[in-house]
Design a protein around this ligand. Structure first.
Ligand SMILES: Nc1nc2c(c(=O)[nH]1)N[C@H]1C(S)=C(S)[C@@H](COP(=O)(O)O)O[C@H]1N2
Ligand SMILES: [Mo]
Length: 367
């Protein structure tokens, strides 16, 4: 791995203090018009998606880094597949990977904690973790090789049960404890279903912040499953674990069993393409937004008066559904709500603030 500083110095660049101070862990520019920075992470501003198509431009795609984006050398990178669950361990170069049959899928990647801040601001509950609003999601077209194909090439044994993908970013150290590489087990059934080892995002090579040269894309599951900067896949005939399934990504709270419930799939959500606390001029407007759910989106409903709901008109479908609805905006303070089937008004507390699937109350001032 080449260090970021080394590359920047070699390229004769200087660190821009403004950006370096904002999120030195992320390589791409993070203009304040497009992102809200939270420590090593950056969330997309929903108003910045207005006028963009269904695919989130890479320049606006949220970044969730446990540490820092590593700058990996494609020429020396290898993906290693090994463990008791495979008969023929593999070591693939990027060239080897690209020589295999590829598939492309449009899918969102969404952090398990997307919407977390609303546990506090809407439900008055304290939770730990990055206080995302709804911008820890992006939709892209990913191209790569089916993980099932790779596992079969490695001689997957019928007795294999777990696959543990690990990233090549730095070890994650928290509270003085080194938890090692970011890694999180995947059951073999999901690994064989629709998971990709992706090397392209929206038709170009994966950018450094999103996993160059290759990442996992695990459709429908929380973002942590989609390990970036993929370096190895351990395949095992016994259950594999990591802190990312034993300690994190568990629903823990009064309405969950002791030890918590493991988080795997995401929950449906909806968002308006409006600034948080937007101020808009009075008059006839068209509200635009997007809804998404691992179960698909059939119908989206919008409420602009706090009481009644009407159907939004779908504009485009895919990884998420874009929709619009007319609104006669009258001066004053308003709360806008949008929901896809199954979104409740409130969700039970979990202390790490995952899977906030309740309807978000979006404040807007009309002048
Ligand atoms: N190696 C590695 N993979 C990772 C992470 C990470 O920090 N390191 N973060 C995970 C989390 S929590 C999320 S939500 C997604 C975010 O993907 P993105 O940064 O491309 O939007 O990547 C996942 N894969
Ligand atoms: Mo995440």
């Amino acid at each position: 791995m080449i260090s970021r500083r080394g590359v920047l110095l070699a390229a004769g660049l200087t660190l821009l203090p403004s950006r370096a101070a904002a999120a030195p862990s992320i390589v791409k520019p993070l203009p304040a018009t497009d992102f809200v920075v939270h420590g090593t992470n950056a969330e997309t501003r929903w108003e910045a998606l207005r006028g963009t198509g269904s695919l989130t431009p890479v320049s606006k795609f949220f970044v969730r880094n446990h540490t820092s984006t590593p700058l990996l050398d494609a020429a020396t990178w290898r993906l290693r597949i090994s463990g008791s669950g495979v008969a023929r361990p593999l070591s693939l170069s990027l060239r080897d990977l690209k020589a295999l049959p590829s598939v492309s899928v449009e899918a969102v990647i969404e952090c398990a904690g997307n919407g977390r801040s609303f546990f506090t601001s809407q439900q008055g509950q304290a939770v730990s973790g990055t206080p995302w609003r709804l911008g820890a999601i992006g939709n892209a077209r990913w191209r790569g090789v089916s993980l099932g194909l790779l596992l079969r090439r490695a001689g997957l044994r019928p007795s294999a049960v777990s696959v543990l993908p690990a990233g090549l970013d730095d070890d994650y150290v928290t509270g003085g404890v080194n938890l090692g590489r970011v890694r999180r087990p995947l059951p073999v059934e999901k690994a064989l279903d629709d998971v990709l080892v992706a090397y392209e995002m929206n038709g170009a090579a994966l950018p450094p912040d999103h996993g160059f040269p290759a990442r996992l894309v695990v459709p429908g599951w929380v973002g942590i499953a989609s390990i970036k900067w993929l370096g190895s896949l351990e395949v095992s005939t016994s259950e594999l674990h990591s802190p990312w399934d034993t300690d994190y990504y568990r629903l823990i709270g009064p309405s969950y069993p002791a030890g918590g419930t493991l988080v795997t799939t995401q929950v449906g959500k909806s968002a308006f393409e409006l600034a948080w606390d937007a101020t808009v001029p009075a008059g006839r407007r068209v509200l635009t937004g997007r809804s998404w759910s691992p179960h698909g989106v059939r119908e989206v409903e919008v409420s602009t008066d706090g009481r009644t709901w009407r159907r939004a008109t779908p504009v485009a479908r895919g990884g998420w559904t874009r929709w619009q609805v007319p609104w006669q905006a009258r001066p004053g303070a308003h709360v806008l709500r949008a929901r896809v089937a199954g979104q409740p008004d409130e969700v039970p507390l979990n202390t790490q603030g995952y899977l906030f699937g309740a309807v978000v109350r979006h404040p807007v001032t009309v002048v």
